[in-house]
Structures are given as C-alpha cells and as structure tokens.
Design a binder for this molecule. Sequence first.
Ligand SMILES: C[S@@+](CC[C@H](N)C(=O)[O-])C[C@H]1O[C@@H](n2cnc3c(N)ncnc32)[C@H](O)[C@@H]1O
Length: 351
Amino acid sequence: MPEKMGRGRKNMPSWQEFNRLEAAQRNYIRLGDTGRTDKGVFANQDIPKFTRIICEVPTIDLRKKYLSTANVKVAFESLPANRKAAVMDLHFDFSDSGIATPLSLIFDQNAMDTDRGRILCTTVARINHSCLPNAMGNMNWLTHCYTVQVLHDIVEGEEITINYIDVELPKEQRDARLKAIWNFECRCLLCDQHFSARFLQSSNMLRAWLQQFRDTISRFDPGPPPITEEQARQQSLNESQHNSDIHQFIQTAEHEGLPGSLAFACWKAAESALRLNNRDLASKWASETQDILMKTIGIDTAEFNQVILWKIHNQLPSKQPIYFPQLESEREAQERMRLFQPRRGTFRELQ
Ligand SMILES: C[S@@+](CC[C@H](N)C(=O)[O-])C[C@H]1O[C@@H](n2cnc3c(N)ncnc32)[C@H](O)[C@@H]1O
C-alpha cells in the first residue's frame, strides 16, 4: 500500500469512513409504515437521481464456509450492545417458525446473499423489495460497505425500494423465487396491480425476452481466428447477428429501467466492437458501461475498476477518470468524491 494512503493521516478519513459520513450527514431516509403490517424506508427529502443514500458496513458478515445458525449466534454475541439491539429490532415473522429462535428468523428474513456469503446490514434490511425498484444495492468489497444509490429522482415521502431477486424474470418466476427464498408474496407497485393489467403483461413479456436473450448473448462464442475467407465471412455474419441482439437488448433493458442489464449489454457491445476492430466504438460502449456503473453503484467498486482495467489492457482511450482506491492519494480521492454529487441525465447519455 502506498505510504500516502491510509487511515493514519490526520483529518483525512479513509474512503470507507468518508462514504459513511457523506451518506449519514445528509440524512436522506427515515423509517416509516408501509400501510401493510411492516415498515419500510422513506425519503426524508427530495433526492436527485444517482445519489448514494446509504453506505453501511455490515453488522454481520458470514462467509459461505462459516454459514450456520451456530455461527450467526457467535457473530451476534460478539457485537456491542447497541448493535445487538439494532439486530433484534429488525422485522421477523413467527409463522411457520417451528423451533427457530428469533435470532435465526431475523437473520433468515433480513440477511442478504452476496458472492462471498451472507451479510446483515441493519439499515439496508429495512428497505423493502420492489419489482420496479427505485434504488440499487451493491456490496462493495473494496470499501467493505453496502451502498444504496437511487435510480430516479425521488420525492420526499416516497418509499425507497431495491430488488431482492433478479427482477428481469417474469412475474410467475419472481413470485416463486420470493416465496422460496424470502417467504413472502410481493405487494410492490408493479405486482399490486397498481399499474394497468396491460402494463404488467407487456412488462412480463419484455422481461421474459430479456431473460432469454441474456442467455443467448452470454453464450455467444466468436470462435478461433478464421483461417479461410469463408470462415472470416461467416464469423463476421455471426458477430453482426450478435450485435443486433445486443442492441435490441439495450433498448428493452432501458425501457424496463433495468440498469444491471443495461450495463451488461453495453459491456458486451464494447467487447463485440473490439472484435470487429472498431476501437472508437468499443471505447464508447465501455465508457457507457462505466457511466451506468458510476451512476448506479459508484466508482469505488470492483465492477467499475474492471471496466477501466479492460480499457487499459486493450489500450482504449478513456474519457472518464481512472480510479484505483489502492493507488490514489487522498487529495485525488477527495477530488473524485465530487463525482458522487448528483448528476443530470438518463442512464445513457451517449448516442
Ligand atoms: C428485509 S425485510 C424489509 C423490511 C421490513 N418490511 C421491516 O418491517 O423491517 C423483508 C420483509 O419485508 C416484507 N417485504 C419486503 N418487500 C415486500 C414486498 N414487496 N411485498 C410484501 N412484503 C414485503 C416481507 O415481510 C419480508 O419478509
């Protein structure tokens, strides 16, 4: 680690602390009643889109190999009294509980799966699920914080929602997953028939299509470098078809307001453009991916750095600033913090 960086320097909070302070000071959210029997998180003020409203270090962080009811208890017992109280204050449902203890029920009904195991964040755990979420959650292992950024302009009093499951799925599959993993029936705006049946039907169709095409796009294999002219011609035809799939996917993902899918497709478009040797286009799509990631999950994330590394590796020009938390000086890091300020625009501003 470079000497300049680190927690030791006076008056210079680390990234993790800085983020937490930023979010806490602005006091964006409050706990409120949902109108059902449970609680939810609501906006305390108007919040511009892409603002990071929560930056929270998990209270319990259990890696996959340590996941067990006994270890949840061990982790809980090691917490200070105020953290224990925050955990025990969380929502849980006794029905079908069998012999489960309140602590294990609380953990089951509030902890989130990550690529490394399960985490429990006592503030984030108050946010309800929606199939049309207005915010996006992300566990960021670089800063060890779970962050939440809003995807739209939010008005004071609006409920903040994230997605607990993959919301690209059509309703039937979403319902089955929510029931199996979370054991509740979704009553979000989309599922509550708040929108017209026609809206729901078309959204269902589009999401089923997205699901199918995500597979097709992910599985695309450009094959080895062609030897004959015929092979080259065939490969270029395949690449064009792949490109047209990606472009349709982008339009649909944008229509449905699914930034994760959008970032995935822009990234695939960048890779495809590079295979076609169109470096300007590859750079444009990679910048667009970066832009979406920056707005929805932030620049201090592994995903964001991955795109930059890809650009550097392929020697593509980068209009956006390069950010490596482990290499940056604090002055540079502070400069970059300004990027967290709300920005105008839609997910995709390039066209
Ligand atoms: C992680 S907690 C969310 C916060 C919780 N509502 C509270 O009062 O603290 C998850 C629980 O909230 C409720 N919930 C979350 N999203 C919901 C939704 N879309 N429809 C119905 N219930 C939901 C379910 O009871 C679920 O088990």
